[in-house]
Structure formats: structure tokens, C-alpha cells
Design a protein around this ligand. Structure first.
Ligand code: ATR
Length: 287
């Protein structure tokens, strides 16, 4: 990669940022596509978000990915927000177009593509989503437009209820909300086609945790855990053992990154290159 006076500078802002995979995936993609772009990671404290976005304008930085905890905080500094990001009040991609900053959210489309590219259609299906945090909201927004029935269970039920009310009104679909509890998970999993874990249950440093009992899982179920650390969660292992189709968290990571790449470059993303770069970094495959 040659960085020169014409190179378009992009980056990811967040705190903590040390473990981000965005620079690894995006720079691999830029290189493979021979694009004059470079991607860095910026650790930005909560109190510096406004300065970071104003700095983006001042330095003519071409684009940002936005990660925790700034996905909501950046919104007030942007000029335009796309309908998805606006509804869920969460931006994970910012494009600087001639000084105007546009906010997008690619988490939902990332989840949808992760499912579809692995042969899973949501149309006519019952989806059970665990979690209504930043990622959960984005997934609910995109997938509930496709599904027949959508159920959101969250530890803080109010968040799931507010989300379902907004989506129900917007898409006129069958969307329900409830509490993340063993009883409601068991009840809803019984006739669900797709289970998505968008909570942090099972994430490092607690890889032995899982939101379901293994006996609730069945071969007809598709299970997508959006956690990618560990690469294979306890939920994924239990689902595999039950004969269910399992989609790993790396898939959503790649497809949301690919959608961001397409916003930043207006080119089709080299998915295989991005996936290989992420997996090498995660130690899953050898270089
Ligand atoms: P992300 O951006 O990854 O979605 P987040 O916005 O912090 O991260 O969301 C984390 C999700 O995990 C939330 O749905 C959270 O539930 P609350 O809204 O009640 O906080 C959920 N979560 C975190 N720890 C949990 C736990 N121990 N049990 C159940 N849900 C949990």
C-alpha cells in the first residue's frame, strides 16, 4: 500500500478500539481492489466525539466506521442520516461527501446478508431475536421487514417494547416484545425458525455462558450468534450438536464491513478477501 497526497483516509472511531478488526478487513479490501485508500483506528473518548467529527471535516477524512460507545452520540454532528440509522438512532458508517457528512447503519444489512449468503431466507419465517442493544436494534429493523413473525426479548424489556412499537408502526408486521428470561426464550424458541443472539451472553471473558438450554435447540432451527470472540460460542456449539444450522458471528462482522466498504468506495466489496483477512487475524486460518 502506497500512501500519498491523493490517498483517501478512512478510519474507525471507538473506545476501546484496540481489538477492532475494521482496519484489517478494510485495508485488505482496498489493497485487493487497488484503491487509493487507507484505514486507521482512532481511540476517541466520549467527551471528544464532537471534536473527532469536526476534525473529520477539518482534515477532510473520507469516511469513518463508528463503534461502541459512539454510535448514537455522533448523530447530532452529522448533516444527513439515512432512514435505517435514523429510526434506530445508531450510526456505524459516516461518509464525507464534499464536506457534507452522511450517516448510515450497516449492521442490519450485515446480518441479513450473513443469513442469505449462507442459504437462509427470512421470508415467511418466525425469527426470535435476543437483545435490543445497538446491534439488536439494527438487526430487528432490517429483518422484521422480511420475516413473517418477529419476537424481540431483552433483559430490559422496555427497550424491546419501544423498539417493537416503532417497527410495528413502520412496517405493519407481526412484531412482539418481551423479557429475556428462560421461560420466554423456551416458549418462543419452540416454533421459531431462526434464533439470533445479539446479547453479550457468551462473549469473552464469559465463554461458558449461553442464553438457551441445549435441549431447546433442534435440527430445524437456524442459529446465528453475532458474538465472534470466542469464534465458536457455547450457543453455537450446542446448536451444532443439536443438528441446527449455525452461522457464526464472523459472518455478520464481514458483511456489515462489506456494506461499509461499499458506502466508502462505491465499489463491490471483495468478501472473500475481507473474510480471509479477519480469520487470519483471529487465528482461525494460517496466512
Ligand atoms: P451491541 O452494540 O453489541 O448491541 P449493547 O448495545 O451494549 O451492545 O447491547 C448489549 C445487549 O446485550 C443488550 O440487549 C443487553 O441488554 P440490556 O438492554 O438489558 O442491557 C444485553 N445483555 C448484556 N448482558 C446481558 C445479560 N447478562 N443477560 C441478558 N442480556 C444481556
Amino acid at each position: 500500500m502506497v500512501i500519498s497526497g491523493t490517498t483517501k483516509i478512512c478510519g474507525v472511531i471507538g473506545d476501546p478500539i484496540e481489538h477492532t478488526l475494521s482496519p484489517i478487513m478494510q485495508n485488505a479490501a482496498f489493497e485487493a481492489m487497488e484503491l487509493d485508500y487507507a484505514f486507521l483506528a482512532f481511540k476517541v473518548q466520549v467527551k471528544e466525539v464532537g471534536n473527532a467529527i469536526n476534525g473529520m471535516r477539518a482534515l477532510n477524512i473520507h469516511g469513518f466506521n463508528v463503534t461502541m460507545p459512539h454510535k448514537n452520540a455522533v448523530i447530532k454532528y452529522l448533516d444527513e442520516i439515512d432512514p435505517t440509522a435514523k429510526t434506530i438512532a445508531s450510526v456505524n458508517t459516516i461518509l464525507n461527501k464534499d464536506g457534507r457528512l452522511f450517516g448510515f447503519n450497516t449492521d442490519g444489512v450485515g446480518a441479513l446478508n450473513a443469513l442469505e449468503q449462507n442459504g437462509v431466507s427470512i421470508k415467511g419465517k418466525k425469527v426470535l431475536l435476543l437483545g435490543a442493544g445497538g446491534a439488536g436494534k439494527a438487526i430487528a429493523y432490517t429483518l422484521s421487514q422480511e420475516s413473517d413473525e418477529f419476537v424481540i426479548l431483552n433483559r430490559t424489556p422496555k427497550q424491546a417494547e419501544e423498539l417493537s412499537a416503532i417497527l410495528k408502526q413502520k412496517f405493519k408486521k407481526k412484531i412482539k416484545a418481551g423479557t429475556f428470561s428462560p421461560e420466554s426464550i423456551k416458549d418462543n424458541i419452540a416454533d421459531a425458525d431462526v434464533l439470533i443472539n445479539a446479547t453479550s451472553v457468551g462473549m469473552a471473558p464469559n465463554p461458558d455462558q449461553t442464553p438457551t438450554l441445549s435441549e431447546w435447540l433442534k435440527p430445524e432451527l437456524v442459529v446465528m450468534d453475532i458474538i465472534y470472540n470466542p469464534l465458536e460460542t457455547k450457543l453455537s456449539k450446542d446448536a451444532k450438536a443439536a443438528g441446527a444450522k449455525v452461522i457464526s458471528g464472523v459472518e455478520m462482522l464481514i458483511y456489515q464491513g462489506a456494506a461499509s466498504f461499499e458506502i466508502l468506495t462505491a465499489c463491490n466489496a471483495p468478501i472473500d478477501v475481507m473474510k480471509q483477512a479477519a480469520l487470519i487475524h483471529l487465528g482461525k486460518v494460517q496466512n
